[in-house]
Design a protein around this ligand. Structure first.
Ligand code: ZN
Length: 401
């Protein structure tokens, strides 16, 4: 116990020296780009190199570390001339023994920092949440700051704090009024993650988890995005008839995100790459070059590969004179004997294309491909429409096996 207390005491100092040693340039850049960028990404691998024991402790006691890390980073920014900033340290690249799929989550994982390999199935609207609340005592007008770690319940003061100059009256002898203007609000969003189709064993329903993304993480993801969500697992009692039950629901508070696919509109092509692309386009053997680049480990099948390549580029959408429109999308039906690499090719193509989606016939019904009506526990049991594979793959490639 004593050892643990010493460690807690030491955390801000450790984080300060870690940031100083490895991230001073990144902190400088953050100060320059504030408030467009509000967080500093710190790779776990670097922390491991800095101090293994310290790194292990992050996984076991993440909340203490996040607090200390954010405080340390805030001090650096203030020293660099910033005013009231609330920056976040976001830890990425967790070790592989902390990586889970949604269905692998167990009671032992609660409170630890974990990485979830998953795909976003649903997002809620972004709503403001009080992060740090300022309450005013009606009796003496003294105001107090109370941090609000829980998004479901507003924590009110128990008494008017005498230490900070209040009158000391207990809650029942006075009233506390929330001062919205002085309180700090942050953005908050519910994000539903589902395990990846390739992680599922045939026929089993994919498992999902509701996550909370806050601050600059809110509004960052879209349904269909593949992400590694790093965060802390926490529990809430399931409620039945207004009473808490001993069974709990699990949630993930997201601490950092690692995108596994880059959305089409966010792909940036550098001047060098543009030059390279234009040079490639002039090559007379460009068609053959592209065809051969598709699943090179699969031998032959030149015509199939050629068609798949053409499908990636798509046709031309035409607007006819009478106002009707011809779509330029190409559909391909692949038929063949079992074991001739059809699935392999499909899988490859869905990974190659941005917004590519791969579903297998076992886990998708015809209706489920376009949209499904589901009862949503995170929205008070209301029925909501959920996008299917075809919708999620819009402007990308949907591969149905
Ligand atoms: Zn008071």
């Amino acid at each position: 116990m004593v050892f643990k207390m010493l460690q807690e005491f030491d955390l801000p100092a450790r984080w300060t020296s870690l940031i100083q040693d490895y991230f001073s340039e990144a902190v400088h850049n953050l100060a320059q780009t504030w408030p467009d960028e509000q967080s500093l990404e710190v790779s776990y691998r670097i922390i491991e190199g800095f101090d293994t024991e310290f790194a292990n402790d992050i996984v076991k006691n993440p909340d203490l570390h996040f607090h200390a890390a954010n405080q340390a980073l805030r001090q650096f920014l203030i020293d660099a001339g910033g005013a009231a900033m609330y920056p976040f340290v976001r830890i990425i690249h967790l070790p592989s023994d902390q990586v889970r799929t949604v269905s692998q989550l167990r009671a032992d994982d609660i409170g630890q920092m974990l990485a979830l390999d998953s795909v976003v199935t649903k997002i809620s609207g972004v709503r403001p949440r009080i992060y740090s609340a300022v309450f005013e005592c009606v009796a003496c007008q003294h105001s107090m700051v109370i941090n609000q770690p829980n998004e479901q319940e507003l924590i009110e003061p128990i008494e008017c704090e005498q230490i900070t100059g209040g009158c000391g009256r207990a809650k029942r002898l006075t009233r506390f009024v929330l001062n919205h203007k002085e309180s700090i609000l942050i953005n908050s969003q519910f994000i539903e993650l589902q395990e990846l189709p390739e992680q599922m064993k045939g026929g089993i329903q994919p498992e999902r988890i509701v996550c909370i993304g806050e601050h600059d993480l809110a509004g960052k993801l879209n349904p269909g995005d593949r992400v590694k969500a790093n965060g802390v697992l926490f529990i809430r009692s399931q409620r039945k008839g207004g009473k808490d039950t001993p069974v709990f629901d699990i949630f993930l508070r997201i601490q950092s995100l690692e995108r596994q696919n880059i959305p089409l509109e966010e792909i940036s092509i550098t001047a060098d790459e543009e030059l390279e692309i234009k040079e490639l386009a002039r090559r007379p053997d460009i068609y053959k070059l592209f065809t051969n680049s598709i699943a090179p480990s699969i031998f032959g099948m030149d015509e199939i590969k050629g068609s798949l390549m053409l499908q990636l580029f798509g046709g031309v959408a035409r607007l006819n004179e009478d106002g009707t429109r011809n779509r330029g999308d190409i559909h391909i039906l692949l038929m063949g004997d079992p074991g001739v690499a059809k699935s392999q090719l499909l899988n490859y193509m869905s990974k190659l294309s941005p917004r590519g989606r791969f579903t297998s016939g076992q886990s998708a019904s015809a209706a489920g491909l376009t949209a499904a009506a589901v009862q949503d526990p995170s929205a008070d049991g209301r029925w909501t429409l959920e996008a299917g594979a075809l919708v999620l793959a819009d402007l990308g490639l949907a591969a149905i096996d």
